[in-house]
Design a binder for this molecule. Structure first.
Ligand SMILES: Cc1cc2nc3c(=O)[nH]c(=O)nc-3n(C[C@H](O)[C@H](O)[C@H](O)COP(=O)(O)OP(=O)(O)OC[C@H]3O[C@@H](n4cnc5c(N)ncnc54)[C@H](O)[C@@H]3O)c2cc1C
Length: 376
């Protein structure tokens, strides 16, 4: 049988694979074949339209683009314009809505007080002081030392337990660093980023633009790396490493998510794009209402789309790496095996067994391209 010839083979059409393919095709003018196991491009950033409401939604969870990396921002803006959406997260506890991350509004509303920033800081220090330690051995210890028992029990403990299916005492203290605490009324979830927004024409359009190049060919619903490809320069693999090696050293563990769509016959169901539900009586952790991601669009008034998010153990769709010691070690061993394959590079969130935001993924792909450019 004739081998399929290509200069570069890219496995996976998420941001990592598509950006590298675009750079190789546009700058190096080399032929790239992209293999994608799903029936669509874009990886977990893929967006599509719900047929009955014509509302665009992100199939694998709401994705908000945010970055302070100018190189990434300039690059992505050559493929899309962004709207003015600013992300805000609310949380529903005992039928009352609070701001997340915990800010001055959350503190005052939860404790039924009217504290100034300075007073709130003093108050939180007072209630969390008894949990101070020199070294925090787990997530719960760290969280208690920062926000005290009441806020932790209401907003964090059960949400975390639902998300990770384990007692927060079993999670590393480092995860809590991701949840900031604010003593002001700022509600902008990504306030530390210079730029944020949602692509005006959706994420899928970006991917179409990235791979719209005569040097790029895409094969969807293709998993089989062992097919007869003759690759001149290099294969760039962005899938999971355990799968690549047929689980030789065992499986890498991931948490996954299940999304259930529902059409509701009201114009606006919850008034915002995402609300957290930390209480255990709800099996889901969040409700998304995607029309709020596009304040610039006009929608029909009679219906809206909402999406329930349920955490689950993954066997099919990997979302969040379970970054414990055992899995990290296993991943390192797989990485060593991958490095031994000639003309073979790995990258992206699946191969690196890491959580990357989109801007980090694009930045890593642009860097990898620079090293490829130097070395071919
Ligand atoms: C629930 C959730 C919400 C998120 N929200 C945000 C957000 O708001 N903002 C943000 O910046 N980031 C967000 N992210 C992160 C974002 O999804 C990632 O940064 C991005 O998807 C990483 O791109 P990637 O190319 O590395 O991986 P992916 O997008 O996963 O793409 C990998 C692709 O490779 C394909 N593939 C895998 N193995 C094979 C194989 N053997 N053969 C062929 N194809 C294969 C897969 O099907 C997939 O299409 C979120 C992530 C999750 C899980």
């Amino acid at each position: 049988m004739n081998k399929i010839k290509t200069d570069f083979l890219v496995v996976g059409s998420g941001f990592y694979g598509s950006v590298i393919a675009e750079r190789i095709a546009s700058i190096l003018k080399k032929k790239v074949l992209i293999l994608e196991k799903r029936n669509h491009i874009g990886g977990n950033c893929y967006s599509e339209y719900d047929k009955s409401t014509n509302i665009e939604y992100h199939k694998y969870g709401s994705h908000i683009f945010h970055t302070s990396n100018k190189k990434v921002w300039d690059y992505i803006n050559s493929f899309t314009k962004f709207n003015s959406y600013k992300h805000q997260v609310l949380t529903n506890f005992k039928n009352k809505i609070y701001q997340m991350p915990i800010n001055l509004e959350t503190i005052n509303s939860f404790f039924n007080k009217n504290l100034s920033p300075h007073e709130a800081e003093k108050y939180i220090n007072k209630i969390s002081k008894k949990y101070y330690k020199n070294k925090y051995d787990n997530f719960e210890e760290k969280a208690l030392s920062q926000i005290g028992l009441e806020l932790y029990s209401a907003f964090i403990k059960n949400y975390t337990e639902k998300q990770w299916n384990t007692n927060p005492k079993n999670l590393p203290a480092s995860i809590f660093n991701r949840l900031p605490l604010r003593f002001n009324y700022n509600e902008d979830y990504f306030k530390n980023c210079i730029w944020q927004g949602i692509p005006k024409d959706g994420y899928t359009k970006i991917f179409k633009g990235l791979i719209d190049n005569k040097n790029i060919r895409l094969e969807k619903e293709t998993y089989n790396l062992n097919k007869d490809y003759k690759v001149k320069y290099m294969t760039i693999y962005t899938g999971p490493l355990d799968r690549l090696f047929n689980y030789k050293l065992g499986k890498l563990k991931w948490r996954s998510l299940l999304f259930k769509k529902k059409i509701v016959n009201v114009n606006d169901y919850q008034g915002t794009s995402v609300i957290n539900f930390p209480e255990k009586k709800f099996r889901f952790t969040r409700i998304h209402e995607p029309k709020h991601l596009h304040p610039e669009r006009k929608f029909k008034n009679d219906k809206t789309l909402i999406i329930y998010e349920y955490p689950k153990t993954s066997d099919d769709e990997p979302y969040y790496p379970v970054n414990d010691e055992k899995n990290r070690l296993r991943h390192r061993q797989y990485k060593k095996m991958a490095y031994k394959i000639p003309k073979f590079e790995i990258g992206g969130r699946l191969a690196d067994y890491a959580y990357y935001d989109m801007d980090m993924t694009i930045s890593a792909a642009l860097q990898k391209f620079e090293s490829i450019k130097k070395n071919i």
